[in-house]
Design a protein around this ligand. Structure first.
Ligand SMILES: *Cc1c(COP(=O)(O)O)cnc(C)c1O
Length: 404
């Protein structure tokens, strides 16, 4: 079974490039050139050099001792939270800014929801001296003020998207409109494994450094390259794609993606796309989406702004359909508990998104000899307001087991 994209841009029945005619030149240029560019020696040298010396890779693979004790198994954390700018997003923006440079682009556009991808894009634009425009839903501009301030300090122009619900989906629409109007000098840095081919494949390749490192790091620490399972949270699916990538063909490695259930999968306030969705086309790619019977996209909800996207990358839709990966979910309440547990057992405050992956440790069977990798996609600094608001209402009780 081959889980990679085919030459037409499909993962099984998902993917493709459902684009308006006016976007064809941009996508065609990228489709024709991306593999040659990113596989060239010069590109690899520059990409690997920046990941090492600018981002701070390799990110540690850390055996979480007290967490492992609590669950009576072996749990390793892949520390993407320690990357420059605080999440895995920078792996992709470094790669794409180098592609943009090779294509001679002068101007970069991006969409952002919580602001983490906007921040990572503004960062690499400052690094390379390129003009940066970030589209962000007007509601998100209000909600994510600290990231907006950082992007502006980095020299990016943040443009509020005023259409629709004024969140991520609308920001994406605005960015696509900009690209259609500026096809020659502009590159659009998409922030996850979504959008038209070749974006899902290109972004997955840049993020695949995560599982590449896991394999040699695990070998170094335990004498085996393959864990029992890998767990990662899923919004569009880029950190999970990176953490799964080099294990896709290792059928004995269990792959688990975790969606945001919000208030619960039996409520309207949720973002559990694979659990509740149906096939359809969103943002130029065929995948599984949350939509009404007549095809209107339903507004997603999650406590973590980075996961409330109504779609999912086509790679994941295919892993779901072929049952190569399993997709579980975690509610807001379960996520807050898991975040507090990691903080008090290991001294690591995770991003709300990453805490979804941690939350399913309670929902799966782990044997004492199992080796489980949890991809810690980001750090919790950006979520402190949410954590404080919640934990002040219900003061945290330290878990007796954890304090033993
Ligand atoms: C953006 C983000 C996510 C969700 O995006 P994916 O493409 O699904 O990885 C998860 N975790 C963090 C910390 C993020 O910033």
């Amino acid at each position: 079974m081959n889980y990679q994209v085919n030459e037409k841009g499909y993962y099984g029945e998902f993917g493709g490039a459902y684009i308006p005619e006016m976007m064809v030149p941009n996508i065609e240029e990228l489709r024709r050139t991306y593999l040659e560019i990113i596989q060239s020696y010069d590109f690899r040298q520059e990409f690997i050099g920046l990941l090492k010396n600018y981002v701070g890779r390799p990110s540690p693979l850390y055996l979480a001792r007290r967490l492992s004790e609590k669950y009576q198994s072996n749990i390793f954390l892949k520390r993407e939270d320690l990357n420059h700018t605080g999440s895995h997003k920078i792996n992709n923006t470094i790669g794409q800014i180098l592609v943009a440079k090779k294509l001679g682009k002068q101007r970069i556009i991006a969409e952002t929801g919580a602001g983490q991808h906007g921040l990572a894009t503004a960062t690499v634009c400052a690094l390379m001296g390129l003009k940066c425009i970030v589209y962000m839903g007007a509601v998100d501009v209000e909600r994510q003020a600290p990231n907006v301030k950082k992007m502006r300090m980095l020299g990016a122009e943040v443009i509020p998207a005023l259409s629709g619900n004024q969140t991520l989906k609308d920001a994406t629409n605005e960015a696509m409109r900009d690209w259609i109007n500026n096809p020659v000098d502009t590159h659009y840095i998409i922030g996850s494994v979504v959008g038209p081919h070749p974006y899902p494949d290109m972004v997955a390749r840049f993020q695949s450094v995560i599982s590449e490192e896991i394999r040699w790091q695990l070998d170094e620490q335990t004498g085996r390259e393959n864990p029992t399972r890998v767990i990662a949270c899923v919004g569009g699916g880029s950190n999970a794609a990176g953490a799964f990538y080099h294990f896709l063909d290792q059928e004995n490695v269990e792959l688990i993606g975790v969606e945001a259930a919000g208030k619960g999968v039996d409520t309207a306030e949720t973002a559990a796309t694979l659990t509740l969705g149906t096939p359809g086309v969103l943002h130029s790619s065929r995948s599984i989406l949350m939509q009404t019977n007549d095809g209107q996209i339903t507004e997603p909800y999650s406590i973590s702004a980075g996961l409330d996207y109504p779609g999912i990358g086509p790679l994941h839709a295919n892993l779901f359909a072929t049952k190569r990966a399993k997709y579980l979910w975690a509610t807001d309440a379960e996520v807050l508990d898991a975040a507090l547990e990691l903080t008090q057992l290991e001294g690591i405050i995770p991003a709300l998104e990453s805490a979804h992956a941690l939350a399913v440790l309670k929902k799966i069977q782990m044997k004492p000899e199992d080796v489980t990798i949890v991809n810690l996609s980001g750090r919790g600094d950006k979520d402190m307001e949410t954590y404080l608001k919640h934990f002040e209402k219900a003061p945290p009780k330290p878990s007796p087991k954890g304090r033993a």
